[in-house]
Write a protein that binds this ligand. Structure first.
Ligand code: G3P
Ligand code: MG
Length: 241
């Protein structure tokens, strides 16, 4: 499956993770202010079934809460502060639901890589909820949905024939082509530190864009772009200015 997506050289990782509290609206807003055209966010399921924007399935690293997101209702999660841990000036940042984040990202005219974190949840439910959120939000910018959980991506493809899927890996596996074809994925996402050049060239020769995470060093980025990598996810776009 080929893609008509306009992919950038830089994608803001979790918004701009090193410059504002990750996966918050403040982080997305700063990404736009810094001139990025694409951002990546992670979502997982909370106790009342909504998808919320968080990388972890636990609360202690990025909020003043504790325990698991799955053990709290959305109303309880909304009481927590997701900004102060990063810097007191971000006090009051609330966890966005996926629908809220999509509407906000759309208003900033940013394109999005939405990463679905399945953890121990039902892959079919996560896929269906993500598609539902995209629909009700009216999101109108470019969108790629990715996940390390390929079962979730299979459900996504089953439920939606057209959605742009990014197959997410740590290392590109030998059977990458079969996986891409089965999912009808349009992009391949992999860990920049684990890149195997021969395999990477094989992917590119088959016409798939490669998106690498997470690169926060200009020399590393230049090397990857030289190898033909299309986009890199970065926590700090300023170092590329
Ligand atoms: O989607 C790219 C990257 O975000 C994958 O790793 O753990 O930062 O979500 P992680
Ligand atoms: Mg991610």
């Amino acid at each position: 499956m080929t893609t008509t997506l306009q992919l950038p050289r830089l994608i803001g990782h979790r918004g701009v993770k090193h410059l504002a509290p990750e996966n918050t609206l403040a982080s997305l807003s700063l990404a736009a202010k810094l001139g990025l055209s694409w951002v990546e966010i992670d979502v997982c399921e909370c106790g009342t079934g909504e998808l919320v924007v968080s990388h972890d399935d636990t609360l202690s690293r990025c909020s003043n809460g504790e325990g698991k997101l799955l053990d709290l209702s959305l109303a309880q999660l909304k009481q927590l502060d997701f900004g102060s841990w990063f810097d007191p000036k971000y006090q009051g940042q609330r966890i966005p639901t996926l629908v809220e984040a999509l509407r906000y990202i759309d208003s900033l005219k940013l394109s999005l890589n939405l990463e679905l974190k399945t953890y121990d949840c039902d892959p079919a439910y996560i896929a269906a909820q993500a598609l539902h959120a995209v629909k009700v939000s009216g999101f109108s910018q470019q969108l790629i949905i990715s996940s390390f959980c390929h079962e979730t991506l299979h459900y996504l493809r089953q439920f939606d024939q057209k959605i742009a899927i990014g197959a997410l890996f740590e290392i590109i596996p030998s059977g990458w082509q079969g996986i891409m074809e089965e999912l009808r994925a349009v992009t391949l996402h992999c860990n920049a530190d684990l890149i195997v050049e021969d395999r990477e060239q094989d992917v590119l020769e088959h016409g798939y864009p490669i998106l690498c995470y997470t690169v926060n060093d200009l020399a590393d980025a230049l090397k990857l772009w030289r190898l033909g990598v299309t986009s890199i996810f970065t926590d700090n776009p300023i170092i590329y200015n």
